[in-house]
Design a protein around this ligand. Structure first.
Ligand code: DG2
Length: 251
């Protein structure tokens, strides 16, 4: 039996996921479908007997509320919660609030995919006082200004997420707890990249669906026994992964 159990959960569909807008650090809420996905995610955990002992989330309400709804459905609302900006979604820079399909049409497929999925090309930075900037948001007031992003590529997310993996999450796993991480498409891609040792090139092809728990069993060295993890509803996950991949292409 693998010693460590880790569950990754991308938040349910948000209002901006449904509208096909780049979201990043903008604090968008779940829509009704997303709330249902979160509840179903918790039911899947319960049915699989995968009951989290502790949960780690971002500072963004779509992840916070997903964790809450899923844990309620699994009757685990009482477990300890830790929130950190290091699990926040990737900051999407000047793309935040922009329509994905329009961006693809305006800049072309190559540039669009560079911004959306390349490992090390960040979108243009977002001005500190722009409409969708969170630079002055009180929740980041304790963060030194130089740590508050104005854009990020996935590599930047790996760099700011990993310290929390090692200092915040691994210690919980080491004490035998089943850990739930409720986060975002790209902050979870960063974690999966680390766990599975995915190459900088191959991570471009990895997409994570909303609301479906992805379960990992880790060996003593924190290497996945089930490489790539196991979705608790594999059929729904496969269909949803295709949809995420094609997001720029639909209206
Ligand atoms: C999405 C991911 O993040 O978008 O920021 O728009 O998981 O918080 O909804 P999430 C966003 P893509 O990188 O898949 O376009």
């Amino acid at each position: 039996d693998a010693p460590y159990k880790l569950i990754l959960l991308r938040h349910g569909e948000s209002e901006w996921n449904a509208k096909n807008l780049f979201t990043g650090w903008v604090d968008v809420n779940l829509n009704e479908k997303g709330e249902k996905e979160a509840v179903r995610g918790g039911e899947l955990l319960k049915d699989a007997g995968l009951l989290p002992d502790v949960v780690h989330t971002s500072l963004q309400k779509r992840a916070i509320r997903t964790a809450q709804l899923a844990l309620e459905a699994a009757d685990r609302l009482w477990i300890p919660v830790h929130r950190t900006w290091r699990l926040n979604e990737r900051h999407y820079g000047a793309l935040q609030g922009k329509d994905k399909a329009q961006t693809l049409a305006e800049f072309g497929e190559e540039q669009f995919m560079l911004w959306r999925r390349s490992y090390d090309t960040p979108p243009p930075p977002l001005d500190r006082d722009a409409e969708y900037s969170q630079f002055e948001d009180p929740r980041y007031a304790t963060l030194p200004p130089e740590l508050r992003p104005q854009t990020e590529c996935l590599k930047d997310v790996v760099v700011r997420m990993l310290p929390y993996w090692f200092d915040g999450i691994v210690p919980d796993l080491l004490t035998g707890r089943t850990v739930l991480v409720a986060a975002h498409g790209n902050s979870l891609r960063a974690l999966v990249k680390h766990l599975d040792g995915v190459s900088d090139a191959d991570i471009a092809g990895l997409n994570i669906p909303t609301g479906i728990p992805l379960s990992y069993e880790l060996d003593a060295d924190f290497k996945p026994v089930n490489s790539g993890g196991t979705y608790l509803d594999p059929e729904a996950a496969a269909a949803a992964i295709e949809a995420v991949k094609n997001q720029g292409k639909k209206k």
